[in-house]
Design a protein around this ligand. Structure first.
Ligand code: COA
Length: 263
């Protein structure tokens, strides 16, 4: 039984599926209490049940990160149930593949609100709970935050916004003892993001060949980075954007994701 995070409470937004659920599960297996939120109550119930099966104290609530009142209520409940909050993983995100000229105002707004406004909301609501030694925030970003990609203008804008929030709040909140970092997963096997961005199975091989390490990453590899950042081995690391992408951002070929879109 791993107890690295025993006595800590981890709050994971978007933590009911995909990479975020994998992160929540990793913290659960490492002794943490885990609280997850997402929009769908059924997914919250299933995720909480799964986390409890791992032996963790777990709870959750249905909340849309775009709605500050819902986010605030979720933090209040987490603090009430577990008595404290130590680590925030902000993972809720929205994505679809579309050329900029085909994205409506509402479509652009949806992604910006989930990603950028949602990250602000969870960081803001977490702040009063995190002003203590050892607290940290991990924001989920993506290579789009630094690499321009066809069909991803909205996501590029959103992820670079998240990365600047990471830097700005690391600066503001460092004196309070709160570390803030972004992790930036590249192509991760079996995720919603991969399904959305590389919908053609024939293109998966080409995608893999664009990765210097010549394979997709695993959810566990992303979770391992988050655990490192939250651990006492990373106590002097803040304001960074750390890729976990097999070197993907060194290679601009992901721009070819846009090949699936009509000219
Ligand atoms: N191309 C262009 N526009 C799209 C689109 C696409 N493939 N998919 C959605 N949109 C637009 C919709 O048309 C709508 O705009 P409109 O009202 O002008 O028609 C707008 O986006 C909002 O869509 P809607 O489905 O009503 O919003 P939502 O809040 O329910 O969903 C999304 C938000 C669109 C980001 C949705 O993809 C989502 O919920 N994603 C969460 C999960 C996710 O993306 N995971 C991947 C992480 S990498």
């Amino acid at each position: 039984m791993v107890t690295e995070f025993a006595g800590k409470t981890v709050f994971v937004s978007g933590g009911t599926s995909g990479i975020n659920l994998g992160i929540a599960q990793h913290f659960a297996r490492s002794g943490a209490r885990v609280f997850v939120i997402s929009r769908d109550p059924a997914k919250v119930d299933a995720a909480v049940a799964g986390l409890r099966e791992l032996g963790a104290e777990a709870d959750g609530m249905s909340a849309d990160v775009r709605q500050y009142d819902q986010v605030k209520a979720a933090f209040d409940r987490c603090a009430e149930v577990f008595g404290q909050i130590d680590i925030l993983v902000s993972g809720a995100a929205g994505n679809f593949l579309a050329k900029a000229e085909n994205i409506s105002s509402n479509g652009f707004r949806a992604v910006m609100e989930i990603d950028v406004l949602g990250t602000h909301h969870v960081m803001h609501a977490a702040y009063p709970h995190l002003t203590k030694p050892g607290a940290c925030i991990i924001n989920l970003s993506a290579p789009q935050g630094s690499v321009a990609m066809v069909g991803q203008a909205h996501v590029c804008a959103a992820k670079s916004g998240i990365d600047m929030l990471t830097r700005a709040l690391a600066l503001e909140w460092g004196p309070k003892g709160i570390r803030v970092n972004s992790v930036s997963p590249g192509p991760i096997n079996g995720t919603e993001g991969q399904k959305r961005l590389v919908p053609d199975p024939a293109a998966v091989e080409e995608r893999i060949n664009s990765v210097p390490l010549r394979r997709m990453g695993t959810v566990q590899e992303v979770a391992d980075l988050c655990a490192f950042l939250a651990s006492d081995k990373a106590t002097y690391i803040t304001g960074t954007v750390i890729p976990v992408d097999g070197g993907t951002t060194l290679n601009p070929t992901p721009t070819r994701m846009g090949q699936f879109l009509e000219e």
